[in-house]
Each structure stands twice: as structure tokens, then as C-alpha cells.
Design a protein around this ligand. Structure first.
Ligand code: FES
Length: 97
């Protein structure tokens, strides 16, 4: 479970994820920031369409691919930066009822 938080003196930053503002802590990985927001699926399998999300959190599995400011990258290997724009493969699905 990724809901447990610890005290931090890190500054709060703002990200835009699938068009929605998301708060994060400066210095944390983008994958950690998205998981803390409850976003568990970052994309869909091209073969089966099943949801995919971070698994290894160390850059090996590529399950955390998102589009960051126009480039596909592993969210677990990128630090969250204020003003960053992220598109997941789930963005359009989240907008559907
Ligand atoms: S979670 Fe495995 S590469 Fe990011």
C-alpha cells in the first residue's frame, strides 16, 4: 500500500497528469508521486489491454512508461519537477464514465 506517508520537509510541487493538477513532493520520483495519488495503472498492455503499472521501481521492467513533456520515459527513473506535464496511457479511460 502506498498511502502511508512520512514527515517531510520537502517543498510541495505541482504536476499536470492527464490534464489534472497533482501535488507532489520535490525530489521524489514521478512513479512515487503518481502512486501516492492512487494512480496504479500507467498504461495498457498492447497485446491484452490489461492495466500495467510500476513493478520494479528501479528502471528494469519498463512497466511505468508515461509520456513526460512529449517523450516516453520510465516514471520510476525521473524526478518529479514542478510544472511537469505527464500523460499516462490511462488518461482517456479516466475521463470515461
Ligand atoms: S517500475 Fe520498472 S522500470 Fe519503472
Amino acid at each position: 500500500m502506498f498511502r502511508r506517508t512520512v514527515e517531510s520537509t520537502a517543498a510541495t510541487i505541482s504536476l499536470v497528469v492527464d490534464g489534472n493538477e497533482v501535488r507532489a513532493r520535490a525530489g521524489e520520483s514521478l512513479a512515487a508521486a503518481l502512486l501516492a495519488e492512487g494512480l496504479l495503472s500507467f498504461r495498457r498492455s498492447a497485446v491484452s489491454g490489461v492495466p500495467r503499472g510500476p513493478w520494479c521501481l528501479m528502471g528494469a521492467c519498463f512497466e511505468c512508461l508515461v509520456t513526460i513533456d512529449g517523450a516516453r520515459q520510465r516514471a520510476c527513473m525521473i524526478r518529479a519537477v514542478d510544472g511537469m506535464h505527464i500523460e499516462t496511457g490511462e488518461g482517456r479511460r479516466r475521463l470515461l464514465p
